[in-house]
Design a protein around this ligand. Structure first.
Ligand SMILES: [Zn+2]
Ligand SMILES: [Zn+2]
Length: 134
């Protein structure tokens, strides 16, 4: 996934913009000849374009995010980035088992806010589910 994509994405559920980007794995690629600079929000520089002194979007086009996390600060939903692809799915068709496996895999890099309170799934729900059973 390109850094540039964050400039084009809003939360599919509550439409909040911009989403917060956390990067787990990134690799270098040959940038394309033509690049389109971020218009509103540059996730490579982590700020709104109007507040940035300069944007080097040439640099961010030479990187591909292999895995990471997009988080909505408004509704606390989180969206995994895996194998270069952000998965921006509505709650109904998300797979709890896969999503929880993702949280566990990257738990050292994910904020406790999301681990224990992220939507639609988080690790706290699972633990409390087990407790209820006992
Ligand atoms: Zn940019
Ligand atoms: Zn949202």
């Amino acid at each position: 996934m390109k850094f540039r994509l964050v400039d084009l994405l809003a939360c599919p559920i509550c439409k909040h913009f911009p989403l917060k980007l956390d990067i787990f794995e990134v690799y270098e690629i040959t940038p394309p000849e033509k690049i389109v600079k971020c218009e509103l929000y540059c996730s490579y520089h982590g700020g709104f374009v109007k507040d940035l002194e300069r944007t080097e979007c040439e640099v961010c086009y030479s990187k591909e995010i292999k895995s990471g996390l997009l988080t909505c600060p408004s509704c606390k939903r989180w969206y995994p980035i895996e194998d270069d692809i952000p998965r921006m799915l509505p709650d109904e068709i998300r797979q709890q088992r896969e999503d929880l496996a993702f949280l566990r895999k990257w738990r050292d890099k994910i904020s406790s806010e999301i681990l224990s309170g992220g939507k639609p799934f988080n690790l706290n729900q699972v633990t409390s589910g087990v407790r209820e059973k006992n």
